[in-house]
Design a protein around this ligand. Structure first.
Ligand SMILES: CC(C)(COP(=O)(O)OP(=O)(O)OC[C@H]1O[C@@H](n2cnc3c(N)ncnc32)[C@H](O)[C@@H]1OP(=O)(O)O)[C@@H](O)C(=O)NCCC(=O)NCCS
Length: 144
């Protein structure tokens, strides 16, 4: 089941976030800002057997949708759940009349890069030293 995140999901989401993103991970205050203050942001969680096993955070900025974070608990990866969350993003994009979806991905993140390529995202440009550890990002985009 995919549903909007609430404050009650914060602990589970943070655990997945910490595991997935290491030194670049978001803190509670960043998720709370998205949940309570950022009118453009949406966060959905994926629940299986009453456990939150993944989430996606994105912003709808008129004709553009930006994916900020997407992550699946490590022991639940490669079972199609990331794709389910991405499909939810595509459905929201269509509902909101979005024209372009964009995101940044670490050049070293083969799993995510493959997932985006498979879903029609095109590498647009490199952003040097984008992450706190100095790694470059690739900006990717696809139309709806
Ligand atoms: C990226 C991520 C969300 C994918 O979620 P997932 O549930 O494992 O992905 P799915 O099982 O739905 O697979 C979708 C596609 O992703 C790619 N993929 C997923 N795992 C992969 C792996 N270990 N190696 C290579 N490609 C992989 C494949 O293209 C896959 O399609 P396929 O199985 O038909 O080949 C997950 O690996 C994750 O949480 N990673 C850590 C956080 C992260 O890096 N987020 C992205 C930030 S930009």
């Amino acid at each position: 089941m995919i549903r909007p995140m609430t404050k009650a999901d914060l602990k589970a989401v943070l655990a997945i976030e910490n595991e997935a993103f290491g030194s670049d991970h978001w803190q509670a205050k960043e998720f709370l800002y998205e949940l309570e203050e950022n009118e453009f942001a949406k966060i959905y969680v994926l629940e299986k057997d009453q456990e939150v096993i993944g989430y996606v955070d994105f912003m709808v900025l008129y004709e553009r949708l930006e994916i900020n974070n997407i992550a699946i608990k490590s022991d639940k990866q490669r079972q199609g759940y990331g794709q389910m969350l991405l499909d939810k993003v595509f459905a929201e994009a269509e509902k909101e009349g979005v024209e372009v979806i964009s995101l940044e991905v670490k050049v070293t993140n083969v799993k995510a890069y493959n997932m985006y390529l498979k879903n029609g995202f095109i590498p647009m440009r490199k952003r040097s030293h984008y992450y706190s550890d100095g790694t470059d990002a690739i900006e990717m985009a696809r139309g709806i």
